[in-house]
Design a protein around this ligand. Structure first.
Ligand SMILES: [Zn+2]
Length: 114
């Protein structure tokens, strides 16, 4: 990630991290620049308290669920409906932390009614 103020690349290890809890109850780590203390981003957590995993497959391989959900929530909804394993949970956490109600997905509603 990049500090917009210092214009330097900051790794997750270097960043100053603070635990925060959103209104919806999801836990996140707030990352700040170690040089100027500017806000960088939230590092979303899964239910284990681990940062969201990097997707190892698909058209967004190499990206975190959080960044994919940010950019393409249709894909995140699609994955919750069609995918398997821990990434489903990661996408749910990512969408919720972005303020998206996962039940707004038509596909997801169909799944609940079954
Ligand atoms: Zn900075």
């Amino acid at each position: 990630m990049n500090c917009k103020k210092c214009k330097v690349e900051v790794t997750e290890e270097e960043a100053k991290k603070t635990d925060v809890t959103f209104k919806n109850g999801t836990q996140h780590i707030e990352a700040r620049c170690p040089h100027c203390n500017s806000y960088l981003k939230y590092l979303a957590h899964d239910h284990e308290g681990n940062p969201l995993e990097i997707l190892p497959f698909g058209k967004y391989a190499g990206r975190t669920c959080m960044s994919v959900a940010c950019e393409d929530y249709d894909y995140a909804y699609w994955y919750i409906e069609n995918g398997k394993g821990r990434y489903v949970k990661d996408f749910e956490v990512a969408l919720q932390s972005l303020g998206n109600d996962i039940r707004k997905s038509d596909a997801y509603e169909v799944k609940i009614e079954e």
